[in-house]
Design a protein. Structure first.
Length: 106
């Protein structure tokens, strides 16, 4: 069963739906987005070995010159990859519900 996440980029006003399917040793991702920058990486075929680290990471390499520096979509794509590769439990992810960055008052 394919993995799906929604990335809510509230600061820039976009929501992105990321779908991923494992095909052999490759995770195929598709992103539904209204963001013109993220649209440039809307379809990726990501080799398993290039999801394990920050360096030599296919997703980060693709996003590097396209996305804003604070864009959280690449992290969403990597979560989908981890679920598809069995490195992150879909049940645990569903129970956790979300990953968040919270801005604290000073």
């Amino acid at each position: 069963m394919p993995s799906q996440v929604t990335v809510n980029s509230a600061i820039c006003g976009f929501k992105h739906k990321i779908n991923g399917t494992l095909d052999g040793k490759t995770v195929i991702t598709d992103i539904e987005t209204d963001c013109s920058k993220v649209a440039k990486i809307a379809h990726m075929e990501i080799p398993k070995k290039q999801t394990l680290n920050i360096k030599e990471n296919y997703v980060m390499d693709q996003a590097e010159n396209v996305c804003c520096t604070t864009c959280i979509v690449p992290a969403g794509v990597l979560h989908v990859c981890k679920m598809e590769l069995g490195m992150l439990s879909k049940t645990l992810a569903k129970q956790s519900e979300r990953v968040s960055i919270e801005f604290d008052d000073e």
